[in-house]
Design a protein around this ligand. Structure first.
Ligand code: NAP
Length: 254
């Protein structure tokens, strides 16, 4: 099969992944985007889509072989690690070209008061007694904080949870992150003393970080997992060039 007919597989689930699919389809490539299936009605993406787990690294390896995938792009979330580990195993055995798209992490700026930690457990321990903390984390990451009965938590979520968070002293805030001035007003009104969040990068949730800097509030920042040995590019533009160069040279050889 000519290289141009073989699909590029994008492991997605992020805004960047869906923009990348649009970009590569516009470049003339056949693209299959893969989603884990966590969202009930995911937005339609350009190109082809498949939904659901592959069944571990073996399943992904088999899928790549069956579909005759020409190139694999891991464009999953910075904190999604299992699927990325599976991708590394799959490319080691199928020997197809591979690249990771990952938006750059936020870097501390003058005035930021960050404590960097590497896990949720470390974040739990880093909170001082009697703090009032904005927990800016997904609902699946709240449970470890349940041992801190000496801390008041404000848990911000977009949709109401099916069951209340398993915390001793908390209030729920159902809203999305706003502009910097909204975040400043929110942090002040709730008399928050700390923020706990993950270093997701990107602009959408950065406003709280800027507001914390302006107010001099400490942020307990959960660092991203390290990904040694993964060739990573920071934006869609550079992935587009990588794909052209890589598949162009494969095409010249076939
Ligand atoms: P994970 O722990 O790395 O993956 C768990 C399992 O879910 C994988 O082993 C795989 O199942 C399946 N999976 C994950 N991503 C997949 C994909 N793109 N296509 C097909 N199967 C996939 O990932 P997670 O943290 O649960 O995140 C799940 C998805 O949500 C990811 O695609 C990620 O990009 C997106 N997301 C995650 C976060 C986050 O905070 N972690 C935030 C926003 C979006 P099998 O082993 O059966 O193949």
């Amino acid at each position: 099969m000519p290289v141009s007919d073989r699909p590029i597989l994008i492991l997605g689930g992020t805004a960047e992944a869906s923009k990348l699919a649009t970009r590569l389809v516009a470049q003339g490539y056949r693209v299959i985007s893969s989603l884990a299936g966590r969202t009930r009605e995911p937005a339609k993406l350009e190109g082809e889509m498949r939904i659901g787990g592959f069944g571990g690294a073996r399943g992904l390896t088999g899928y790549i072989a069956r579909e005759n995938v020409s190139l694999l792009i891991d464009a999953t979330h910075p904190f999604a690690t299992q699927i990325s580990d599976n991708a590394l195993v799959a490319v080691a055995s199928t020997r197809i070209p591979f690249v990771r798209l990952e938006r750059p992490a936020w870097q501390p700026k003058p005035g930021d008061r960050w404590t960097s930690v590497t896990s949720l457990e470390e974040a739990v321990s880093a909170i001082p007694a009697k703090a009032r903390v904005l927990l800016a984390l997904g609902r699946q990451h709240i449970a470890p904080f349940s041992r801190r009965g000496d801390v008041h938590f404000v848990v911000r979520m977009i949709d109401p949870p099916e069951t209340p968070p398993d915390l001793i002293d908390f209030e729920l805030e159902l809203s999305k992150p706003g502009k910097v001035e909204d975040e400043t007003a929110f942090l002040t009104k709730k008399r928050l003393t700390h923020i706990v969040c993950r270093n997701s990068g990107g602009s959408a949730s950065y406003t709280k970080i800027k507001a914390a800097r302006d107010l001099g509030l400490p942020v307990i920042m959960i660092d991203r997992p390290h990904r040694p040995g993964t060739y990573t590019l920071p934006d869609i533009e550079s992935i587009g060039h990588f794909v052209d160069e890589t598949l162009g040279s494969l095409r010249a050889r076939t």
